[in-house]
Design a protein around this ligand. Structure first.
Ligand SMILES: Cc1cc2nc3c(=O)[nH]c(=O)nc-3n(C[C@H](O)[C@H](O)[C@H](O)COP(=O)(O)OP(=O)(O)OC[C@H]3O[C@@H](n4cnc5c(N)ncnc54)[C@H](O)[C@@H]3O)c2cc1C
Length: 317
């Protein structure tokens, strides 16, 4: 339990009443909680991780964030402090827990969030801001990995890369290169045709070698100088094949929405657009769409969701 997320001490299966329940304590959820409290709404903020702050805790170099923020942990720490201050005023209760189900208000029933340990929290409305989760190598159709093998995520690694093979050309690669300009690394990036548009910002960096591929197979091998016990065999887009024996194997293959089950409306890709939700449920941040995944838009959409929940929609003619 982190200092910023208090356990309310509520037993399994019990329900706590609150004006607005916010699920997810990243930029979107924090903004929703702050905005709701500013208009006098009592807030319950539910966060699965040890600390409030979300993805920014793991982003070494930030771009596009007004206010002069250059590193994610500095911003995440500031958000955690904002919630700690709000909690101290009594206008917000911060709960450590993982939401597994969110249901819309129905008849006399209020909106409800159920956690994986059975606790439940109800409110007049719920803002869901659970963001996206990284795809594992086993989730990706163009990659075949041995059963039981876990490939580490590029975006969670520090500067200590030497010769790494990266599966996928998603945005965190550009972030890693910007964050570690002095790192003397050699990164061979295997990416599917669908990722080709993401490679423009990588192509000028001499540390990166790009290989468009059709499919990739990670094969156990004995001995050799590559990643312990594995080599990577690729069918390249130009019709040739290639074998790689990197020191490190990392995955950087994108993400998918991380919405709890229940009443949220999802599009064909699992995202939860705000304007498609049932009354009483609101979505914010990365969960809305793959096209709006920035900290500033997460903040804005979280604040907007809290205000939408607070002010009733205009009545019809
Ligand atoms: C490597 C990398 C670099 C980036 N660089 C930038 C950048 O330079 N500039 C920029 O603007 N954006 C950047 N982004 C994007 C930015 O991080 C996101 O757009 C932003 O964090 C989205 O905020 P969010 O609140 O929607 O989601 P998140 O930050 O993902 O927060 C979601 C929160 O919900 C919690 N949660 C998830 N599921 C549950 C659950 N079931 N129950 C309870 N809690 C749950 C999570 O623990 C997390 O704290 C980057 C992202 C990555 C991965």
């Amino acid at each position: 339990m982190a200092e910023d997320v208090a356990d309310p001490g509520v037993g399994a299966g019990s329900a706590t009443h609150s004006g607005l329940v916010v699920v997810g304590g990243g930029p979107a959820g924090v903004a929703a909680a702050l905005m709701a409290a500013s208009v006098g709404t009592r807030v319950t903020l539910i966060e699965a991780a040890e600390r409030v702050g979300g993805k920014p805790w793991h982003i070494d170099a930030l771009e596009n964030v007004p206010g002069g923020w250059r590193t994610g942990p500095a911003l995440a720490g500031a958000m955690a402090q904002d919630i700690a201050r709000l909690t101290a005023t009594g206008r917000c209760m911060a709960v450590r827990g993982r939401a597994v189900r969110v249901t819309a208000p129905h008849g006399a029933e209020r909106a409800r969030v159920t956690l994986d340990d059975g606790r439940a929290y109800t409110g007049d409305a719920v803002v869901v801001a659970t963001g996206v989760e990284s795809l594992e190598a086993t989730d990706v159709a163009w990659v075949d990995v041995p059963d039981g093998m876990t490939v580490p995520q590029l975006w969670r690694t520090g500067p200590r890369l030497t010769h790494a093979l990266v599966l996928g050309a998603d945005r965190p690669l550009g972030t890693w290169l910007r964050a570690h300009p002095e790192a003397d690394a050699r990164l061979e990036v295997l990416y599917p045709p669908a990722d080709a548009y993401k490679t423009a910002e990588l192509a000028g960096d001499p540390r990166v070698q790009l290989h468009e591929v059709r499919e990739v197979r990670v094969v156990p091998v004995s001995g050799g100088g590559g990643a312990p016990g594995h080599e990577v065999r690729a069918h390249l887009a130009d019709g040739t094949t290639g074998t790689f024996a990197p020191h490190q194997l990392l995955v950087n293959a994108g993400s998918r929405p991380a919405a709890p089950e229940g009443s949220l409306h999802r599009d064909a890709h699992g995202y939860c657009p705000p304007d498609a939700q049932p009354p009483g449920l609101h979505t914010a941040g990365d969960l809305r769409s793959p096209r709006h995944q920035r900290i500033t838009t997460a903040h804005g959409s979280g604040a907007a969701a809290a205000l939408t929940a607070h002010y009733p929609p205009p009545s019809g003619p």
